[in-house]
Design a protein around this ligand. Sequence first.
Ligand code: SF4
Ligand code: SF4
Length: 164
Amino acid sequence: MNKEWIDIAEEICRRCGGICCVDAHPPVSTGRKDLMVRAGTSENVFEFYGYQRLAARSDGTCIMMKNGRCQVHGIKPETCISGPFTFDLHGNVLEIYLKRESLCPLVRYLKEDREAYDCQYEMAVKNITSLVEEIPRSELEVIVRIPEPETDKVAEIILTRGYV
Ligand code: SF4
Ligand code: SF4
């Protein structure tokens, strides 16, 4: 991934303070959970509500957020890495959506810089595909029912097999 874009994106996210980290409950694949636990994350931050996810504090802020920063930034869950791209799934069609600018300050920059957009898009598709392939079908069915308002579809990808 483009190092310059990573630095710019991290600065934008730092200034944003984590709008997307409120009421997020990101799904966590078992592989990603193991990675986080090996890196020192407590098992207590994970919970299961139809799917394995990160818990949140009483104000809705993700349990991994501290002083406006993600404590697992380098190994955060797949959907966190993918933001502001998100997904839906119909059979073997993976739909990729982009959040609107009103939800995420990064979006304006992505729309103005094709190279940055492509960079983030490729990262999102790689992580979302990996998540979809790894987590159980029953959990996927719960995840795809979660509403994702204020997003626009930007791509459809045909997967080699259907998941939900
Ligand atoms: S991805 Fe968007 S909403 Fe989330 S912290 Fe970064 S700028 Fe904010
Ligand atoms: S893991 Fe990090 S990036 Fe993801 S919702 Fe939690 S604090 Fe935000």
